[in-house]
Design a protein around this ligand. Structure first.
Ligand code: DXP
Ligand SMILES: NCC(=O)COP(=O)(O)O
Length: 246
């Protein structure tokens, strides 16, 4: 029987952003991750960017050593990250595109134009970890994802959230329809379906309601909202909204 529970992964990158703004050791991303676990997180997500602008190598070492829930390790498809992932063998690896000049992940991974390289890159990782590809809700990319050995696709919800936040509701509904279609296509191709990026209390419901959805990864909004509600309060409210949508 398929497990129908929608998992909530908490991304702690931006605890590290605050720490790094002043240097030093606080706030500690590991402490946030442990608190998130106690608040009901089903997993922790951390993105080790090539420029180490937030999460650092030592954070990943600590998370791997100390977490009780699965770690979803986000990384670019580079040789350096490949070696780090093989050393740690995290529960899950999510391959994401990276551009130095971007403020956050702006688009999905180009899978269709890079299938041969990605298939060779993924094969050794897939021996130890569930490999996920962070993709736009684009049928060409989803189709390619099913051919390179990934177990999971994580659909980029950024365009949907941006349209909602900017009051462009026709665009938002168009993006939502694309995400729904991508989830259906990916599920039919045998891929597990996740989503994330930019999700907040007022955008999570329609994404959580997508029947094929198995996991949402949410970070920046919850770390910000923790200023007002506390991290446990923010995670608890997000969990309730997700459950209400199912
Ligand atoms: C891949 C993705 O959408 C995010 O989880 C990612 O971590 C975003 O990168 P930043 O955390 O650097 O904004
Ligand atoms: N992969 C998406 C993620 O981990 C969280 O993204 P965000 O909520 O920090 O935008």
């Amino acid at each position: 029987m398929q497990d129908d529970r929608l998992r909530l992964g908490i991304n702690i990158d931006h605890v590290a952003t605050v720490r790094n703004a002043r240097g030093g050791y606080v706030p500690d991303p590991l402490r946030a991750a442990k608190l998130a676990e106690r608040a009901g997180a089903d997993g922790i997500t951390a993105h080790l960017r090539e420029d180490r602008r937030h999460i650092r190598d030592a954070d990943i070492d600590a998370l791997v050593a100390e977490l009780s829930v699965p770690l979803n390790f986000e990384m670019a498809a580079t040789d350096e990250m490949h070696a780090i992932a093989l050393r740690h063998k995290p529960h899950a690896i999510c391959l994401v595109p990276e551009r130095r000049e971007e403020r956050t992940t702006e688009g999905g991974l180009e899978v269709a134009g890079d299938t041969e390289r990605l298939a060779a890159f993924i094969a050794p990782l897939a021996e130890h970890s569930r490999v996920s590809l962070f993709v736009a809700a684009d049928p060409t990319q989803i189709e390619a994802a099913s051919r390179v050995g990934a177990a999971v696709v994580e659909i980029h919800t950024g365009a949907y959230c941006d349209a909602h936040n900017e009051g462009r509701f026709e665009d938002r509904d168009f993006e939502l329809a694309r995400i729904r279609a991508a989830a259906e296509q990916a599920h039919a191709a045998g891929l597990e379906v996740h989503a994330g990026h930019g999700l907040a209390f007022d955008t999570v419901g329609p994404i959580a309601a997508i029947p094929e959805m198995r996991e949402l990864n949410i970070g920046h909004f919850l770390i910000g909202e923790a200023i007002f509600l506390g991290l446990e309060g923010a995670i608890g409210h997000m969990r309730r909204l997700m459950d209400a949508a199912r």
